[in-house]
Design a protein around this ligand. Structure first.
Ligand code: BG6
Length: 239
């Protein structure tokens, strides 16, 4: 990988820097399995549902896409809804309780290969930002001990506050490049989710890297990843 061609790296968080995509996946599975069972829906929730409908999207957009896949209509509700409410927001909030329980009890360690790439880019003076749909991103970064490596973090809360549309739209990535003062064409997007690769491909970024943590190398390149790796350490190069 020739980093000479780029001035910034824009990292997705869950599944790219930390193995938290797994934690999200497990929390979604528990919530949706209980919900679909309680409604007597015959087609159960599977991991394929996560990758197709939820992965990488903002919380309530993931819920809405998953419900649509089963032709279930619920009121949207509001983010203040309790986690027992049968609304899009209520279901999302239930999943979030499960996610934060696991994060707080088990903690999280960043991928070793990702830390190695961060060290490499830091030594080269490449600017770095985190671009995550998750409102939990600051807590995950702190738990992994890597918060101070990123001067710019565009998370779900920043996107909501600035009214930036979430992934698969490119706006959160574009905003992060702007905040770093780097033209998009000199920035690399690194993503493990189909919706995130689509976001990178929809902008005019210098390069979109897919990180295959389960979405599938072919699917990631079909959606616009120009390079696909299994581990970020593969991107450490001389130049
Ligand atoms: O509910 P949160 O933590 O705000 O984040 C929503 C999404 O954040 C993304 O980063 C994850 O890839 C998704 O799996 C998750 O559903």
């Amino acid at each position: 990988m020739q980093w000479d061609d780029y001035d910034a790296a824009l990292f997705d968080l869950d599944g790219v820097l930390t193995p938290t995509a797994e934690v999200h996946m497990r929390a979604w599975e528990r919530m949706f399995t209980d919900f679909l069972t309680s409604r007597g829906v015959s087609k159960p929730y599977t991991q394929a549902d996560y990758f197709a409908h939820i992965d990488g999207k903002p919380r309530y957009e993931g819920v809405a896409a998953m419900l649509a896949s089963r032709d279930i209509e619920l009121p949207h509700g509001s983010p203040e809804d309790s986690s027992s409410e049968q609304t899009v927001c209520g279901l999302g909030n239930r999943k979030n309780e499960l996610f934060t329980q696991v994060l707080r009890s088990e903690g999280i360690t960043a991928y070793a290969g990702s830390l190695a790439l961060l060290d490499h880019l830091e030594s080269r003076g490449v600017a770095m930002a985190v671009v995550s749909s998750s409102k939990n991103a600051p807590e995950v970064l702190a738990a992994a001990g890597i918060a101070d490596r990123f001067p710019v973090v565009v998370d779900g809360a920043v996107a909501a506050q600035r009214q930036l549309p979430g992934k698969p739209r490119p706006d959160t990535y574009t905003y992060a490049a702007e905040q770093l003062g780097v033209p998009s064409s000199r920035a690399v997007v690194l993503e493990d989710a189909i919706s995130g690769v689509q976001a990178g491909a929809a902008g005019d970024f210098g390069l979109v890297v897919g990180v295959d943590r389960g979405a599938g190398a072919q699917a990631l390149s079909d959606q616009g990843a120009e390079v696909v790796v299994q581990d970020l350490a593969e991107l450490i190069g001389d130049r």
